[in-house]
Design a protein around this ligand. Structure first.
Ligand SMILES: NC(=O)c1ccc[n+]([C@@H]2O[C@H](COP(=O)([O-])OP(=O)(O)OC[C@H]3O[C@@H](n4cnc5c(N)ncnc54)[C@H](OP(=O)(O)O)[C@@H]3O)[C@@H](O)[C@H]2O)c1
Length: 249
């Protein structure tokens, strides 16, 4: 299978890329940090050279900034051309304002990356997959999308956008003649550069464990997946809790 992972230079995306390549899949990885992409590619080709029987997939790299929507789409097409075709596209690129930056500039950046950049690539990949006749779109939302939070209002809102957007596209997928799947992935707290130094986290899992859960959700073509799965119950509570309670968080 050919997987494209957008935002694979660190954290969950990097862990997923390494896992998939070691499972024998071809992976196309993107991000703004070209040096990180090259390092991951080199690591995996060394693994392949040292254990040729292990069947490590090919790794393709493509520098991409999702906020530059037109250039990002050109980069996506270049990646697709290099890989031949794409079966699964994981839209994982994202930033947060967990660190408490609530300036208009920071919030606009979060929205431009997590919502505008996401939707631009998601919509175009959906059309591309429809033309191709098949494809699986996987978007990384968050448990944070279920509720607003004083520390990261723009981030929570951007992830609510991602989940609702994908719900609409899942309905479109069902109406399509093509074989299309849409998976909404909602991680809880994952230990990655994004959450470094963040306090009061619980049920934290490593990026590697998150990648295993994510791979499982992709293989099962789940409509929605919480990572780790126990967040589903917390998700229900958060979603239906009354405002007098959630406003006190
Ligand atoms: N960690 C958590 O607890 C947690 C929880 C829920 C959801 N999530 C979501 O999971 C996803 C991955 O986050 P992570 O925790 O693995 O954080 P991370 O290590 O900071 O990874 C973020 C990835 O997104 C890429 N990215 C950011 N801005 C980009 C841009 N403008 N253009 C292209 N790529 C960009 C980064 O690549 P470059 O910097 O190289 O561009 C990097 O590869 C995010 O969508 C995040 O919101 C994380």
């Amino acid at each position: 299978m050919n997987y494209a992972i957008l935002g694979a230079t660190s954290g969950i995306g990097e862990a997923l890329a390494r896992l998939l390549a070691r499972q024998g899949h071809n992976v196309g990885i993107t991000g703004r940090r070209t040096d990180r992409l090259q390092k991951i590619q080199e690591d995996l080709s060394q693994d392949r050279d040292s254990s040729p029987d292990y069947g490590i997939g090919d790794v393709y790299i493509q520098t991409m900034d999702v906020t530059q929507t037109e250039k990002a789409w050109d980069a996506m097409l270049a990646l697709e051309a290099a890989m031949g075709h794409i079966d699964v596209c994981v839209l994982n690129a994202g930033i947060s304002n967990y660190q408490g930056s609530h300036t208009a500039e920071v919030e606009a950046k979060v929205i431009q990356t997590n919502a505008v950049g996401f939707a631009s690539l998601f919509q175009r990949m959906f059309d591309r997959f429809e033309q191709q006749g098949w494809g699986h779109l996987v978007g990384i939302s968050s448990v944070a999308g279920l509720i607003g939070y004083y520390d990261s209002a723009a981030y929570c809102a951007s992830k609510a956008f991602v989940s609702n957007y994908m719900q609409g596209y899942r309905q479109r997928a069902r109406r399509s003649k093509a074989l299309l799947y849409v998976t909404d992935v909602r991680p809880g707290y994952i230990a990655t550069p994004m959450t470094e130094g963040k306090r009061n986290m619980f049920w934290v899992v490593s990026a590697e464990d998150a990648a295993k859960h994510l791979y499982n959700a992709i293989r099962k073509k789940k409509a929605r997946a919480y990572i780790p799965p126990r967040w589903m119950f917390a998700g229900w509570i958060l979603r239906y809790a009354p405002a007098w309670l959630t406003d006190r968080l």
